[in-house]
Design a protein around this ligand. Sequence first.
Ligand SMILES: [Zn+2]
Ligand SMILES: [Zn+2]
Length: 174
Amino acid sequence: MGLLLKITCSDCSYEKRLTIGPVFYQLPDGNQLSASVIRAWCRTCDGVVLAEEIPSEEGLSRMLQRLESGEPLPPLDERLRKVWPDEPTFRAEFIRRTEQQLRWRRSRSSPAHCLTCRGNEFEPFAGVPFGDRALQHPSCSGWLTCSPGARLSLAGFPLLSPEGAPIGTFPEAR
Ligand SMILES: [Zn+2]
Ligand SMILES: [Zn+2]
C-alpha cells in the first residue's frame, strides 16, 4: 500500500506530489530489510523528495538491549496480533529484525541519500504529524505542509542496495 502526499507552500504556488510506501534494502544474504524513508527538502533537486533516514548504531544497540532484557513491549494492536499471536513470538521476531538492522547499519558506509538524485544535500521535514507546519520553503520562506491524499496500491516494492542505490527501476513519485 502506498499513500499519495500533496505538499504545498503557504506563500507561493509550489506544489509537489509524492508517493510514499514501503522501501526495502536487498541484503547480500538474500533477505530484505525495511528502510526508513522521510520527506526532505533536497537542495540539488530544488524540491521536496523522499530520502533515507539511517538510524544510529547506538540507538539500535540500545533497542536490542531493551528487547533482550525482557522490558515490556507496548501492547500489540489488533493488526499485529493477527500476525504475532503472543508476546514471546513477537519479541523474538523484533529481536531478529533489530539484529539484522544492526548488522546492516554496521556495514553501511555512505550517508543517507535523496532517493531522487542520490545526493546528500537535503534537510528533513521535522517529525510532526501531517498537515503541521514542518519546513520552511527555502526559495520564499513560506511554510511547506503535507496533506495525505489517496491510498494507492503500488506495483511491487522499490528495492535499494545496502548502500542506498536503487536496484532496477525505482517507481518515481508522481
Ligand atoms: Zn514557497
Ligand atoms: Zn535530490
